[in-house]
Design a protein around this ligand. Sequence first.
Ligand code: FAD
Length: 479
Amino acid sequence: MAGTPPSRSRVLILGGGLSGTLAAAALAPHGIGVDIVERHALPDTPRARRGLPQARHAHMLWSGGADAIESLLPGTLEMWLGAGAHRIPIPNGMVSFSPGGWYRRCWPEAQYLISAGRDLVDWAVRTRALALPGVRLLSGAEPVRLLGTRTRVTGAVIRHQDGTEEVREADLVIDATGRASRAPSWLAGLGIPVVPETVVDAGVAYASRRYKAPVDTAGWPVINIQVDARLAGPGSGGTILPIEGGEWMVSLAGTRGGQPTSAASQFLAYARNLRSPLIAEFLDRTEPIGPVTVTRNTANRRRHYEKIRVDGFVALGDSATALNPIYGHGMSAAAQGARALRELASTSDITSKGFARRAQRAIARPAAAAWLLAVGQDAAFPRAIGKKPTLADRAATKYVNRLVTTACSDFTVVEALTDVMTLQASGSGLAHPRVLLAAIRGPRLPPLAGPALTPAEQAVLLGRPAPTPTPTPTPTSTT
Ligand SMILES: Cc1cc2nc3c(=O)[nH]c(=O)nc-3n(C[C@H](O)[C@H](O)[C@H](O)COP(=O)(O)OP(=O)(O)OC[C@H]3O[C@@H](n4cnc5c(N)ncnc54)[C@H](O)[C@@H]3O)c2cc1C
């Protein structure tokens, strides 16, 4: 390295996962050259890769995230669907057992989600982002340390696969290395004060397994048994996600003291002991096609980069805000953060003083909305570690619980909750007078005695040949 003149990037993105490639998509259209430094090889097909262990678990991409990605990279939605992903309407395409009861499915579509394997989601984004003019990928490379002073980051030292190190200067460094980011210690290496951090950890473990779907997955709903934080003891829940290739991705999750294990022999038993055995009943009708994969790295961890005064450095995605995955918000918050970065870069020069702080604040906004949804529930678990709920938090959680119960039989409320859950609206939408009134009034109909299933779904449970499912099911209600 000694004596070699430094190379230069306008923007250096550390990490070539979803956030890294979306950050590139946010800046490249402004004519800003972007270099992405990624430790692992990135395949040009939607197959598994190193550096993305969470891809072995169910990933729902809510419409708030999908729309943000589509606006950054037009045509991605079509690419996902063309490769076998499903667009599932919400609430009618979800068989969901919330803490308030079974959701009805007779309502019209309020929002949607993209249901696909995580490798497929990332592949389409990566393919489109890397094709943009000015975007270059340095794969098999990783940052060793940051360059700069106590007030400005000016680049990074990069180590290549062959062990050589390169000094690379940049106007802006974006950290997108995910949950395990070492950015706080890299910044400390420049003498930059410690980044304030908030953690709420309900100790959630995930166990996931792929199954061969016994039916055509097109038109098939998401089956979701939600965790109920109000019950005594650990919470547990699960999801069947119909993904590409005629598969079901099944994830089970439990909080500290009630976590699922990697033992294949216990997977079905755990599913059977959820608040409803519906997932196990569907799995009884088919065969697994892979091992059980477990992860315990799920704490809500927010690094408040917006509170430090450093130019030339921004963090996006899990590196800044990692969320308990059971609410499915990580990808959507990252995508909306990238969209906010694009908007800021259209009006401000990335080299201007204070750009990084303004960008970090803009990125923090959607992440903060998802954060409030997650920690509001997680802090309520008796064995959760970290920030405890305040009186205001408890009151808000009580109100949301009331809404969740009312939502089972009131479209005004289900629509408001769906908009917030999909990150299409801020939490303030839940305080709209129309929604408040509905909450005061409470449920309009008695709770359903069981899940609202279509004849095709019931046939699978009964082990009969399934009639072809309709794209928007008209389920029979069990009221
Ligand atoms: C079990 C589980 C289930 C989840 N379910 C959902 C869900 O349903 N919906 C949802 O929206 N989100 C979900 N998430 C969250 C989602 O996975 C993350 O929010 C998302 O991956 C964040 O993307 P990212 O690019 O910030 O980080 P990552 O996807 O982790 O990407 C980081 C990238 O940086 C690279 N990298 C890391 N370190 C270095 C380094 N030192 N140098 C160079 N490169 C490096 C990695 O190889 C990788 O490519 C889930 C997470 C988990 C763990």
